[in-house]
Design a protein around this ligand. Structure first.
Ligand SMILES: [Zn+2]
Length: 313
């Protein structure tokens, strides 16, 4: 069963509960993206926007800024490489170009995977990672008492600001939805991106990035467990929720509201903690999305056993 958050939304600025004031209409006076000069895929189309109401009031909204600022050092860029096997299922036919992260999020071709892993896993989990990154609400539909059934919209982008929040409807608007918006009272149905799916997508990218950093497919138990989680997601029935993965659940994932910076894919480290002198290692995607190093027991600087390469051979 799909869980749907249902909220009743009244688009009027309510001052009087009896009749309600006339709705305020506003004009979009500016919109900015987060793309760099050369263009960069995968960043939200609308980063911030300003509305001017007819009475001259300005309303400003932007991508939410949550969490704390943290300084990160680039340890090393991660470069593209292919392996003799598919690094996810270890089959011997890696024939498909694999973008890390996915193409829609600005990823580049970084390695090759087999077609089952490339198509079967990505299609189940990667769209939700983009939705999470964009602060989007998904499975959106509108309902009105005078219109039978529901009318679907692609996504809603959530942006907030000092005067509250706004929801931007992405894509073409069905005429019936426009009528509901004009009327002002309707039921809005949506759900948030599924953490189980977007965490599995982040785990896939972190794992492949770790293989590229190491230069080989590791044989340690952590890596075997990650591969098992990814394969059970890949092989789960279409349209059903993939099984939860232990490694995916404990992955740290961060997103930054700032413009892209640094290498497209890199290992970065937090500044050492004052008490333990420990650094936390993360995989950075152009400085806008960060996922923790996927093998918690073995930091990236330590030697990691190579798959199929025992000391005696
Ligand atoms: Zn594979």
């Amino acid at each position: 069963m799909k869980k749907t958050d249902t909220r009743r939304v009244d688009t009027r600025f309510r001052e009087d509960t009896d009749a309600g004031p006339p709705r305020q209409r506003a004009t979009i006076s500016s919109v900015s993206e987060r793309r760099t000069a050369g263009g960069s895929r995968g960043l939200p189309v609308v980063h911030d926007l300003t509305l001017e109401q007819h009475d001259g009031t300005i309303l400003e909204f932007e991508t939410p800024r949550l969490g704390v600022e943290s300084r990160l050092d680039v340890v090393t860029p991660i470069l593209a490489q292919s392996f003799p096997v598919c690094p996810i299922c270890l089959s011997g036919s890696p024939s498909e170009k694999e973008h890390i992260p996915q193409y829609a999020l600005g990823g580049r071709v970084m390695t090759m995977t087999c077609s089952a892993c490339n198509n079967g896993l990505g299609s189940k989990v990667e769209a939700e990672l983009q939705d999470w990154f964009d602060y989007a609400l998904v499975s959106v539909s509108f309902e009105h008492e005078d219109v039978p059934g529901r009318r679907r919209a692609r996504r809603l982008l959530y942006r907030n600001g000092p005067s509250g929040f706004c929801l931007l409807i992405e894509g073409d608007l069905a005429p019936e939805i426009q009528q509901m918006l004009d009327d002002g009272t309707f039921q809005l149905h949506y759900r948030r991106p599924d953490p189980r799916r977007y965490r599995l997508a982040a785990l896939k990218h972190a794992y492949l990035a770790a293989c590229l950093y190491l230069g080989y497919v590791p044989a340690i138990p952590d890596a075997e467990a990650v591969r098992a989680d990814l394969l059970s997601a890949r092989d789960s029935p279409k349209r059903s929720r993939p099984p939860a993965g232990e490694y995916a659940e404990r992955l740290a994932i961060y997103r930054s509201h700032k413009p892209p910076k640094g290498p497209p894919l890199a290992i970065v480290a937090t500044r050492p903690d004052e008490l333990t002198a420990r650094r936390e290692y993360l995989i950075s995607r152009a400085g806008v999305m960060f996922v923790s190093w996927p093998f918690p027991e073995v930091p990236p600087r330590k030697g990691i056993q190579r798959l199929g390469n025992s000391p005696s051979t």
